[in-house]
Design a protein around this ligand. Structure first.
Ligand SMILES: Cc1cc2nc3c(=O)[nH]c(=O)nc-3n(C[C@H](O)[C@H](O)[C@H](O)COP(=O)(O)O)c2cc1C
Length: 382
């Protein structure tokens, strides 16, 4: 273990007590037909908690809105939801299993927004939720022509009352999360999905109170956080995932400068976000010119809130490259520990490495060969 010792020290934030700094990154698995987590899902999460993952952030979970989840860029269509007796009973079992193993678990509340393929999902007739009716610019999109064909057609922009319904849907799902015993909620505010589509000026060209300047584009996220706070509890942990990149454009930026980033995130802190999860493809990637600090470091510095960094931990290639280029497991924890010790971030999220090997956190501490990287692991719930 050596230099990586700091990663195995506990972390406390309000009512949240993690036994170490490792967070399982949210990963869509598509093993929940009809929105109900299948039998294997409980074991999948429990095995990771048994092998010392500090906090599990679940796969994206569709909020209680008809257009929340459907098919999207990479396929999909069997994501879980967090409403209805059957789904809630399954989640209770999953949460209890993780808690029995000494872990914590938080659902990632997800609405696909503009990314959903119209006519798909559990309510195919529901129109996709798009702030301005548009998917975004298509010239930089790294998605299949077939997918693009289905989403590029403009649709009706959301009305004010539809926006109100979306906020209420998030609040209902957050209340359900608390009721089944989850340790908080995580909002998927990244990658071009609904929340991010309000933040990004290329998918939000509204001129009412939900669009225009940075504060107006952040308003939807702010109102969500407020609504969630109101139906849960003042100390119920709320994590917010933020990214610059989106499925429409890997080089996109919601904030061009640290000042813009601060203007976008300060109202979220005010509304009650406890922890920011800075989604980057590589955790060491500099966020702005003139500094080698990553996005999690900047967010921590500008908001004063704890942050989670992510991207490329335990692996030789980032997520997108790993589909096309040879990728191997690698031990880069000394680099993670070094940046954490310097105060860049508080927690480190691990995606693919933990998908390949449920025991990855324990093995990296105690020794033992980790499973190799295999693309076909995405098709299993091992
Ligand atoms: C199979 C798979 C599914 C993913 N699904 C989600 C998701 O539902 N929500 C999300 O915010 N990120 C999702 N991601 C991104 C991961 O959370 C993470 O940010 C990314 O994989 C980089 O971390 P890594 O390099 O440790 O894998 C997914 C990644 C993978 C590999």
């Amino acid at each position: 273990m050596g230099q990586a010792e700091i990663l195995y020290t506990p972390f406390t934030m309000g009512s949240l007590h993690l036994r170490n700094r490792f967070v399982m990154a949210p990963m869509t698995r598509n093993f929940s037909p009809g929105g109900i987590p299948s039998d294997g899902v409980a074991g999948y999460y429990r095995r990771r908690a048994e092998a010392d993952v500090g906090l599990i952030i679940t796969e994206g979970v569709g909020v209680d809105h008809p257009a929340a989840v459907g098919r999207e860029t990479m396929g999909g269509g069997a994501s879980p939801v967090l409403h209805g007796d059957e789904a809630l009973a399954r989640w209770r079992t999953i949460v209890d299993g993780v808690h029995a193993a000494g872990g914590l678990i938080i659902p990632q509340l997800w609405h696909q927004g503009v990314i959903r393929v119209p006519g798909t999902g559990y309510h195919p007739d529901a129109p996709s939720a798009r702030p301005s009716g548009i998917w975004g610019p298509t010239d930089k999109a790294m998605v299949s022509p077939d997918y693009l064909e289905q989403v590029r057609v403009p649709t009706a922009p959301l009305t004010d009352s539809e926006i109100g319904d979306l906020i209420a849907a998030f609040a209902r799902s957050a209340a359900n999360a608390k009721a089944v015993g989850f340790d908080g909620v995580a909002l998927h505010g990244a990658h071009g999905y609904l929340i991010d589509s309000f933040l990004w000026r290329h998918t939000n060209v509204r001129e009412d109170r939900w669009g225009g300047g940075i504060a107006e584009r952040a308003r939807f996220a702010v109102e969500l956080v407020r609504a969630i706070r109101a139906v849960t509890a003042p100390d119920f942990p709320v994590i917010f995932r933020f990214s610059q990149w989106k499925l429409q454009d890997y080089d996109a930026r919601n904030a061009e400068t640290p000042a813009e980033l601060e203007a976008m995130l300060a109202p979220l802190v005010e509304a009650g976000v406890d922890i920011f999860d800075a989604s980057t493809r590589i955790f060491t990637a500099p966020a702005f010119e003139g500094s080698d600090m990553g996005l999690a470091g900047w967010i921590r510095k500008l908001t004063g809130k704890p942050t989670i960094a992510v991207g490329g931990v335990g692996l030789s290639k980032d997520l997108q490259s790993s589909f096309a280029q040879p990728t191997v497991m690698t031990d880069n924890l000394a680099l993670v520990a070094d940046r954490m010790a310097r105060g860049e971030f508080d927690l480190i999220a691990v995606g693919r490495a933990l998908l390949m090997d449920a025991q990855w956190v324990a093995k990296m501490r105690d020794g033992g060969a980790v499973n190799p990287f295999r693309l076909d692991a995405y098709a299993t719930l091992d």
